[in-house]
Design a protein around this ligand. Structure first.
Ligand SMILES: *Cc1c(COP(=O)(O)O)cnc(C)c1O
Length: 369
């Protein structure tokens, strides 16, 4: 049986968890949290990062930091995970759903401007499969209309965008804020975990307070103030040291993980036509020239839903487990009545025609032939 996913383990996770336990500090913001945050800041040059208990939590922090109020509008692709939108809905935002591109499940950058109104406060882009949205286009619009940009980079660790200026920037570092996930289905994982990247200095101080339950405890621990108290909104967004220790064991092996995932991705890209092209009509992932591929996902988009079902049934009979992905959020039970009836046809097409193939470190692709 080839499952869809099997979480990677470096073998040092328990060793570091034991170290955290022995140190006597297992609540949040200890040594492994600091080591992990330093890793992100040194490796990818993020100004400031905060570990969170999930990408969902990091997105909720974004909604609080941007001070989203009832009536504010936020532009979000419909083809994404629930919490990309839910994090903003909890603050009272109205979500204006955007369609995907015809050649890629990411947001259609050319549709965004038509969705902007005087109530628009932010644009949230999702780097689907770790492949960059065209951030130059998004940032120009944001600047022109004075909007904030959040990058949901949940799938996009160690992936990059090269802008018109020729500079290659890590995803999650371009918008005002960026969020990552370390859920067990992602390239780097700790079961449940996430990260907030703060790229705009205006948010630095408040982010730390929101992270620490609305208190200025982080400043207190640094000895900058002599008592701490309730100063703002917030929640308990920081993970325990047990999770951070687990995560650090993965970060140390980043290169090994990424190389193996890229090898599997390339194998798919070279072989899918020979394997299935004569029986099925599908397209393979499109990677624009400005984007890199972090091998988070290999997907196929079929001609119609019936072909996709036939393909999934066929592979399952061979003990291989491909899975489809998001269901358009503008048609969800929770949001369809609030959406307002605009058709988002590409999002619907990916909902019914896209399938993801197994891709994990230990996968043996020789079983496919
Ligand atoms: C995985 C994922 C999330 C949610 O991440 P969690 O860490 O599980 O909260 C959000 N957005 C996207 C695009 C994702 O892929």
């Amino acid at each position: 049986m080839t499952p869809f996913n099997k979480p990677y383990l470096s073998g040092k996770e328990l060793h570091y968890i034991k170290e955290a336990v022995s140190s006597g500090h297992i609540s949040g913001n200890g040594l492994f949290t600091k080591k992990s945050q330093a890793f992100f800041e040194n490796k990818w040059g993020f100004k400031k990062t905060l570990l969170t208990t999930s990408c969902t939590d990091a997105l909720e922090m974004c909604a609080m930091l941007l001070d989203i109020q009832p009536g504010d509008e936020v532009i979000i692709p419909s083809y994404t995970f629930v919490t990309t939108a839910l994090a903003f809905v909890r603050q009272g935002a109205s979500i204006v759903f955007a369609d995907s591109r015809a050649d890629h499940p990411g947001i259609n950058e050319d549709d965004i401007e038509g969705l902007i109104t005087p109530k628009t406060k932010a644009i949230v882009v999702v780097h689907y499969a770790g492949v960059a949205c065209d951030m130059d286009k998004v940032m120009v619009l944001a600047h022109k209309h004075q909007l904030f940009v959040v990058e949901d980079a949940a799938q996009a660790i160690d992936s990059y965008y090269t802008g018109k200026d020729g500079i290659k920037r890590p995803l999650g570092s371009i918008g005002h804020l960026g969020t990552f996930s370390f859920h067990e289905t992602k390239n780097i994982q700790c079961g449940e975990g996430g990260l907030l990247a703060i790229n705009d200095e205006r948010f630095l101080k408040r982010a730390e307070i929101i992270w620490e339950k609305g208190t200025n405890r982080a400043e207190f621990f640094r000895g900058e103030i002599n008592k701490y108290g309730w100063v703002d909104t917030g929640s308990s967004f920081l993970p325990s040291e047990l999770n951070a220790a687990f995560l650090f064991a993965q970060l140390e092996n980043l290169e090994v993980i990424q190389n193996r995932r890229k090898e599997i991705w390339q194998w798919y890209n070279t072989h899918v036509q020979t394997l299935w092209g004569s029986q099925y009509d599908f397209t393979t992932p499109y990677i624009p020239a400005y984007a890199t591929n972090n091998a988070h996902m290999f997907y196929l988009v079929f001609k119609d839903p019936e072909e996709r079902t036939r393909f999934i049934t066929d592979l399952k009979s061979k003990s291989i487990n491909p899975v489809f992905h998001y269901l358009s959020l503008h048609k969800s039970d929770y949001y369809k009545d609030k959406h307002g009836g605009r058709d988002l046809l590409n999002s619907d097409r990916y909902t019914t025609c896209l399938v993801r193939l197994p891709l994990y470190y230990e996968m043996d692709f020789r079983k496919f032939t």
